[in-house]
Write a protein that binds this ligand. Structure first.
Ligand code: HEC
Length: 213
């Protein structure tokens, strides 16, 4: 899907360029009307928006986590501190302490009373992997229907990745997976899929490492 969308966007951009060049030529080369018609087909390419593609593209955690901005993730964790501590041995609050949660079993932190929904989820997905955590933190109540974590979710990919990198840095018990850019079996051109995935996350990470602290 995302590759298709990427192709459409790329196609639309190319087509626009072609159309401009074509029109320019057409205005000067008066005696070549066939040339003026050729670029016209490009207008058929539908305009696609980038937003939906970002939401759908699977995240290649092995690629994005090593490149993530942990300091920015720590800054974003400000959204979580009303309910969570993360220091080792920190107290449970509205939500459980999160030290070492990456790689842990869901609903397993000592002394915290989890919702039945979160406990049921642990039976289905017994480890907080990067992928699981990504789905959960993107939209907690959509991913685990009935969770008592009343948090809207981290909608921006970059922020989601940075927060998870920060969680992982706080006592994470799971290794970062190997990079695997070919995420979708249906994707015809892995090179383009990779380019699309990389375009979102690490690009903006690099410039501001000190902004968070
Ligand atoms: C309004 C309070 C609240 C906020 C804000 C909140 N959480 Fe939670 N969180 C909870 C509650 C409550 C639970 C327990 C959920 C359950 O039992 O269904 C939870 C559970 C979790 C779990 C599962 C822990 C485990 O032991 O399985 C993780 C991970 C988590 N939260 C991460 C975050 C992160 C990261 C943020 C910020 C981006 C955040 N939470 C923001 C209340 C909150």
């Amino acid at each position: 899907m995302s590759d298709l969308t990427f192709n459409k966007v790329a196609g639309a951009v190319l087509a626009t360029g072609l159309a401009i060049v074509g029109l320019r030529e057409a205005s000067t080369i008066v005696f070549a009307p066939d040339r003026a018609e050729q670029p016209g087909y490009a207008i058929d390419v539908p305009e696609a928006t980038g937003g939906a593609a970002e939401a759908e593209a699977p995240i290649d955690w092995g690629t994005v986590i090593p490149a993530a901005d942990i300091a920015a993730g720590q800054a974003s964790f400000a959204k979580c501190v009303s309910c969570h501590t993360i220091a080792q041995g920190g107290a449970n609050g509205t939500g459980p302490n999160l030290w070492g949660v990456m790689g842990a079993r869901p609903a397993a932190h000592a002394g915290y009373s989890y919702s039945p929904a979160m406990q049921a989820h642990a039976a289905e997905a017994p480890v907080w992997t990067f992928e699981e955590m990504g789905h959960f933190l993107e939209a907690p109540q959509r991913y685990i229907n009935g969770t008592k974590m009343t948090f809207v979710g981290l909608k921006r990919r970059e922020e989601l990745i940075n927060v998870i990198a920060y969680l992982h840095a706080q006592g994470g018990q799971i290794a970062i997976p190997a990079p695997n850019p070919v995420a979708e079996p249906a994707a015809a051109e892995p090179a383009e899929g990779e380019a699309a995935a990389e375009g979102e996350a690490p690009a903006e990470d690099a410039p501001a490492p000190e902004a968070a602290v």
